[in-house]
Design a protein around this ligand. Structure first.
Ligand code: GLA
Length: 443
């Protein structure tokens, strides 16, 4: 947090030199929560559609369900307003005002409600003259708006980039971040800075973005379709050399919301989105109607073992390590480590459309899992424990069309010191016992 005595001139100098690191202590793991946009859009028609319009009622209802239905326990802690919450005009002091009909109690009251349920509250604004849906943006009011958000006890600000010049963003996004920090209230800062610059043909300065933002959008808005999810998966795979190194505790790439439980994804495709988002160390922001979600989709969103991969404390984003004839393998280094060996989450994706599951057979070593002490391998969707496998073991998985198999491989400590450790293990279950060639001294 900055000292109040730093003069404006000094601040501008800091901003220009990109030496100000956000370091607000937030988002040590990827943020998790609920965000209105993908599912509820800019529905302002509370007269005809009171249950689904962007209103304080919608956010209170979702808050209640997140708490009562176990989502908060699973880690989803932010409830985030997106576009279309504003009046079209600022008040006479130049401050933002929430739509008086749809948010009659005001944003501070909504934020209090969210906090009273043990959750955190996020809001949306835009660096330009207008938000993407045409409501007033922050340009010309950066300090005022940061102060307003702090006064409303906001915990998270998504700052979009419509109606602004992408070339102004290199100074504008850090400047607003400075004003957020200056309020003294920790507010997670979600930026759209790189995506608008990429659209404008610029190369984003990720060093600066990592310094100033807790998360940022790199690519297109997610839509309610498998084609959209596939295009995002491809973007992150095809651009991983540029993107992956920027992720880490406090700063994350954001491939956009989880659309699991909506209309566009099958059950298999929903499992794929969750698994790949975990590999990407992505923020997990559900955008779904939690009042009507079917239990099998809720179970995907609340899969604790996949959430644990997403939230792994090392914060290393994973990569696509194989892509051939519609089969992809993605892997992410995670904790625990033993000596210099990581544990891994590994996702096998079947992008093929011929309607039968595909077999994939590979040794752990081919996946880069080379610790001579071996790995304990389990499936994170199915209740399958493969036991402890050596790097030479060939594993074989069946992957459904547009679906995944996601495995977790925990590196084992030294075999010779195994007694206290292994006595706590479940009996290894090997469903594919013809495939594994375990050495006789493995157990
Ligand atoms: C942009 C953003 C979306 C959403 C809309 C709101 O398109 O990328 O996530 O916030 O604006 O208008």
């Amino acid at each position: 947090m900055y000292q109040k005595w730093i003069s404006f001139g000094v601040v501008i100098l800091y901003v220009c030199n990109s030496v100000v690191s956000l370091e607000n202590g937030l988002a040590r793991t990827p943020p998790m929560g609920w965000l209105a946009w993908e599912r509820f859009r800019c529905n302002t028609d509370c007269k005809n559609d009171p249950d689904n319009c962007i209103s304080e009622r919608l956010f209170k209802t979702m808050t209640d369900i997140i708490v009562s239905e176990g989502y908060l326990n699973a880690g989803y802690e932010y409830i985030n307003v997106d576009d279309c919450w504003l009046e079209k005009d600022r008040n006479t002091f130049g401050q933002l005002v929430a739509d008086r009909q749809r948010f009659p109690s005001g944003i501070k009251s909504l934020s209090d409600y969210v906090h009273s349920k043990g959750m955190k509250f996020g809001i949306y604004q835009d660096f330009g003259n207008y938000t993407c849906a045409g409501y007033p943006g922050i340009l010309g009011y950066l300090e005022t708006d940061a102060n307003t958000f702090a006064a409303w006890d906001v915990d998270y600000v998504k700052l979009d980039g419509c109606y602004s010049h992408p070339s102004d963003m290199d100074s504008g996004y850090p400047e607003f971040g400075f004003y957020l920090n200056q309020t003294g209230r920790p507010m997670l800062y979600s930026c759209s800075w790189p995506v608008y610059q990429i659209y404008a043909g610029m190369q984003p300065n990720y060093t600066a973005i990592v310094h100033h933002c807790n998360m940022w959008r790199n690519f297109d808005d997610i839509q309610d379709s498998w084609a959209s999810v596939e295009s995002i998966i491809d973007y992150y795979g095809n651009n991983q050399d540029v993107i992956v190194p920027n992720a880490g505790p406090g700063h994350w790439n954001d491939p956009d919301m989880l659309i699991i439980g909506n209309f566009g994804l099958s059950y298999e495709q929903s499992k794929t989105q969750m698994a790949i988002w975990a590999i990407l160390a992505a923020p997990l922001l559900m955008s779904v109607d939690l009042r009507t979600i079917r239990p099998e989709y809720k179970a995907i969103l609340q899969n604790k073992r996949i959430i644990a991969v997403d939230q792994d404390p090392l914060g290393i984003q994973g990569r696509r390590i194989y892509k051939h004839k519609g089969i992809e393998i993605w892997s992410r280094p995670i904790t625990p480590l033993y000596q210099n060996y990581f544990s891994y989450a590994v996702v096998f994706v079947n992008r093929r459309t011929d309607g039968t599951p595909s077999d994939v057979a590979v040794t752990l070593k081919e996946l880069g899992l080379a610790s001579p002490t071996g790995y304990r391998v389990e499936d994170l969707y199915e209740d399958v424990d493969y036991g402890i496998l050596t790097p030479q073991t060939k594993i074989k998985v069946k992957v459904n069309p547009s679906g995944v198999v996601i495995l977790r491989a925990d590196v084992q400590p030294d075999f010779n010191r195994r007694v206290p450790f292994y006595t706590t293990q479940r009996t290894p279950y090997n469903p594919l016992n013809q495939v594994f060639r375990l050495r006789s001294n493995d157990f």
